[in-house]
Design a protein around this ligand. Sequence first.
Ligand SMILES: Nc1ncnc2c1ncn2[C@@H]1O[C@H](COP(=O)(O)OP(=O)(O)OP(=O)(O)O)[C@@H](O)[C@H]1O
Ligand SMILES: [Mg+2]
Ligand SMILES: [Zn+2]
Length: 155
Amino acid sequence: MPPENSDKELSVAAIRDGTVIDHIQNEATFKVADILNLDTGEEVVLVGMNLPGSKAGRKGLIKIDGRELTLEEVNKIALIAPRATVNIIKGYRVVEKRKVQLPEQVEGIVRCINPNCVTNKQSVTTRFDVLESSPPSLRCVYCERTVSGADIILK
Ligand SMILES: Nc1ncnc2c1ncn2[C@@H]1O[C@H](COP(=O)(O)OP(=O)(O)OP(=O)(O)O)[C@@H](O)[C@H]1O
Ligand SMILES: [Mg+2]
Ligand SMILES: [Zn+2]
């Protein structure tokens, strides 16, 4: 049985088993949806934005029924929404809550913006050292170019 509705948000959007990505920076909400390719899947998805509740003002939130995220997906979310939390829902309850977190190195998911970088000339997998996680700042291990903000382009 679903728990009693504790607020309006939950009353319209309770899922039994799945994932809730919460505390997304409002502007990043649709980018997160994009990364997860939610438009091509079959899961029921609820996307909310301009929701109150974050200390930093309005927030975005995405609920995905029947799906857990891969580590690569969580790493990508950490790059564009570093304050997001990932809640695993089982039996209508939050059974696990994690803040997204970047590893020390990010491999294969970000493009280097230096056109002369070897990763743009040959088929070399990109690799960046994570200098800062929130907001994210990365340095290419091949050409040492540092990228942050809008320069972080996901492959
Ligand atoms: N069964 C469910 N279906 C859909 N969403 C859910 C369900 N249970 C919880 N949520 C949502 O998951 C998020 C985390 O739930 P939780 O109960 O931990 O809230 P919280 O205490 O406000 O967490 P936080 O401190 O991370 O903001 C909330 O946005 C909540 O509405
Ligand atoms: Mg909350
Ligand atoms: Zn580079």
